[in-house]
Design a protein around this ligand. Structure first.
Ligand SMILES: NC(=O)c1ccc[n+]([C@@H]2O[C@H](COP(=O)([O-])OP(=O)(O)OC[C@H]3O[C@@H](n4cnc5c(N)ncnc54)[C@H](O)[C@@H]3O)[C@@H](O)[C@H]2O)c1
Length: 402
């Protein structure tokens, strides 16, 4: 990828100090200004080539449109929910996230919620604080020998599987992209969702939020589950339909839920949170010292790589074509039809020959998990294509390989 000149970066939130240190070590001027109001950020952003945020800064279209020099928006975290990726793409600004920095932390919180659900730990702790000694009310059940269904077998799904296997759980799962033989190598048997629902004692979801995953667990799918199934959502609010979950908890079809994420954060509707069989956290999946340090470091290193023209990792914006070089002469190409997450053509190419092509509904950070050592190279001639440009795209791919 051609080097991109980044001389100054604004960090608008509390990001781990390693981020600033790495940028400065690489000759980038860094300014840290927290708690800016929107107008202040609009006035300030004009002077910078780069902006680094976490979750609190809402990088809206009016901020992006005021940013005359901005070339990169980096989010120290997974996902870019707080960035208007469409507006950034229109302005040719690259939006990046750090997809793997908080994998372990999110996986560990998921396991904590699964364990808490099995033994009522939060409810028992609360009861003790109220002066009670109630040993009957909090009778639990072992995880050993139970079936855990993992929907979404990417980075976090995989880490959850290996940890819960150590408790003697049988792990089954579903993922439209991770090949069954790959998940089988880490102990997860894949099957269709229709086969998965009725087998699970526990279900945990680890997909992005996208049209195909909104309401994955709903009235209809809860009805296909074992009575009393317990569910965890440490991914994104809305993958489990919240109203359907309340109904399933009320009827006993769902025996308990562990929730870290909500459709609205913080949630105004409290019926779910107040339900006695729900344990919840205020979106703490990535809230560990280690995850914050990794994300701060990762975003700085990704920006430095960009400046040095090395590679583009964690980019979610722009309708560009990326090629990444696999072993030998084969290339794996991603053509993203729409920003952030949507349809994407994936090609595996031998020089001049397409070995494999398929259109996936895909979340952009997937690119990193499909091919973690990928060297992404930007092909500026391939911007703004759509499915209708497919033929043209194929010719340009041949050029890439020629
Ligand atoms: N609670 C938190 O603070 C926190 C922290 C980190 C990540 N997350 C969220 O966790 C989720 C998973 O993150 P990850 O890093 O493992 O992502 P990932 O991209 O590595 O994995 C996501 C997986 O979901 C699969 N998938 C896509 N559509 C699917 C569908 N319809 N059915 C089943 N699987 C499908 C993909 O193929 C992929 O393997 C994301 O939503 C992410 O935003 C939350």
């Amino acid at each position: 990828m051609a080097p991109i000149s980044i001389k100054s970066v604004l960090i608008s939130e509390s990001v781990d100090p390693r981020c600033r240190a790495i940028l400065e070590e690489n000759g980038i001027r860094v300014t840290e200004k927290q708690n800016m109001k929107k107008d202040e950020l609009i006035a300030e952003i004009k002077d910078y080539d780069g902006l680094v945020v976490r979750s609190a800064t809402k990088v809206t279209a009016d901020i992006i449109n005021a940013a005359d020099n901005l070339k990169i928006i980096g989010r120290a975290g997974t996902g870019v929910d707080n960035v208007d990726v469409d507006a950034a793409t229109k302005k040719g600004i690259i939006v990046m996230n750090t997809p793997s920095g908080n994998t372990i932390s999110a996986a560990e919180l998921t396991c904590a919620l699964l364990m808490s659900l099995s033994r009522n730990v939060p409810q028992a702790a609360m009861s003790m604080k109220q002066g009670n000694w109630d040993r009957k009310k909090f009778m639990g059940a072992e995880l050993f020998g139970k079936v855990l269904g993992i929907v979404g077998l990417g980075r976090i799904g995989k880490e959850v599987a290996s940890r819960m296997q150590s408790f003697g759980m049988r792990t089954i799962g579903y993922d439209p992209i991770t090949p069954p033989e790959v998940s089988a190598s880490w102990g997860v048997e894949q099957m269709s969702l229709e086969q998965l629902w009725p087998q699970c004692d526990y279900i945990t979801v680890h997909t992005p939020l996208m049209p195909s995953t909104v309401g994955l667990l709903n009235d209809e799918t809860f009805a296909k589950c074992k009575k009393g199934v317990k569910v965890v959502n440490c991914a994104r609010g809305g993958i489990i339909d919240e109203a359907a979950l309340v109904r399933a908890l009320e009827s006993g079809q769902c025996g308990g839920a562990g929730l870290d994420v909500f459709v609205e954060e913080p949630p105004k509707e409290r019926s779910l949170i107040n339900h006695p069989n729900v344990i919840s956290c205020p979106h703490l999946g990535a809230s560990t010292k280690e995850a914050q340090a990794r994300c701060g470091e990762d975003i700085a290193l990704q920006i430095v790589d960009m400046v040095q023209g090395k590679k583009l990792v964690g980019a979610v914006s722009s309708t560009q074509l990326f090629t990444c070089h696999l072993a030998g002469d084969m290339n794996l190409c991603f053509h993203q039809i729409k920003p952030a997450f949507s349809a994407c053509w994936v090609f595996i190419l031998d020089p001049g020959k397409i070995l494999y092509s398929r259109c996936f509904i895909i979340y952009w950070t997937m690119c990193h998990s499909v091919c973690p050592n990928a060297m992404f190279s930007l092909q500026p001639n391939n911007y703004h294509r759509s499915l209708n440009d497919f033929d043209q795209l194929l010719s340009s791919l041949r050029c890439v390989n020629g």
